[in-house]
Design a protein around this ligand. Sequence first.
Ligand SMILES: *Cc1c(COP(=O)(O)O)cnc(C)c1O
Length: 439
Amino acid sequence: MKFYSTNNKTVLISLKEAVLQGLAADNGLYMPESIPAMPADFFGGMHEKDFRQIALAVADKFIGEDIPNTELQRIIDHTIAFDAPLVEVERNISALELFHGPTMAFKDFGARFMSQLLRFFSSQVKREIVILVATSGDTGSAVANGFLGVEGIRVIVLYPAGKVSDIQEKQFTTLGQNITAVEVDGTFDDCQRLVKTAFLDNDLREQYFLTSANSINIARLIPQSFYYFYAYSQRKEKSAPVVFSVPSGNFGNLTAGLLAKKMGLPVARFVASTNINDVVPQYLASGHLVPRPSVHTLSNAMDVGNPSNFARMVDLYDGHLNAIQEDVIGYAFTDSDTKAAMLSVSRKQKYILDPHGAVGYLGLKKYLEGCNDDVNGIFLETAHPAKFKDVVELAIDKPIPLPGTLEKFVKGNKQSLAVSHDYHAFKKILIDTLVVSHT
Ligand SMILES: *Cc1c(COP(=O)(O)O)cnc(C)c1O
């Protein structure tokens, strides 16, 4: 399978190039040259397959030609090392829990799959692969944990000192091995600027193969389609329609769902659920995408004013707005809606939502308003509520325990390199770190 850039469909490149480059040189996003269809008997026999078998069948369609079978199997076994159960919350509504991985958020799927693909390709790259990632919290932890211990790859996480939560910070500063955390005296924008400057620094690029593990990488998108298929195989009402509500920010997760539908997954509708950063619901209503600066909300992983995967969504439908509108409906919710949903679902259904999942729940609820038929309504629970302990406890008015996975991080020792936001100071630290890792 070859890949093209959303800005130029005439040039096709290999999987390896697409994964190593991340973003295309023309600033477009890579897309598969065609969308493979799953055979009809795949859906019939699905309930007898486990998560790994389903994921393997889907992955094979995209990357089977480029990765030997045994290697592909290994990559899937590593990626799908935890379950994604469909948990009933109330009649017609279930949560697809995507938070059973090492950092307890759905980004674990994408980060783990990408790390294994890069590991496979690293033997074909002459220099050491260095991943630079700037984070305001969650991306850094998923990437650092996804790449932990992966041979041939170093990960440098840059984060703004004092501006990420304690638990987020612990998730990438306590790991050691091939992960180095750099604590920048500055803002998230400073971290991003340092990373961008490093990518343009020829002196560095001659010595190291620099890449990013950004969420636009095609290797992070593909694995996110696996769990839509798996959710379908777990649905209760076999004859009722399936509706997915996806709490969205950069729209990678939703795009992966649309990809699954294009591969043949029978989904009646997708609900694009956002917080008040609602440029996509606005687009679905008006036909115009009007990016604007993001506003801080309780579901902060979705505070995005110019969604990076939007180009892919449009590309999947060849730019036909009507066709997108047939498949996707958008709703936006305020922080007070989000808090009210967390409280009521905790009291009535005894289910604890995180702020992002709460937005997904609200979107589904709104879509199903007045519907008396049976529906397999599924919202994606993208993070464990304990990751947002303070916000959730305040909303539901009771304490929630910290699961062992998160407690382990909290007990770890923070190790980080402090640096000013000056590029030369950062470069010196970077080179010193990489030299040591070589010896
Ligand atoms: C990243 C993230 C989202 C948003 O996902 P997109 O693919 O960017 O739309 C939602 N919830 C959580 C918890 C996240 O970390």
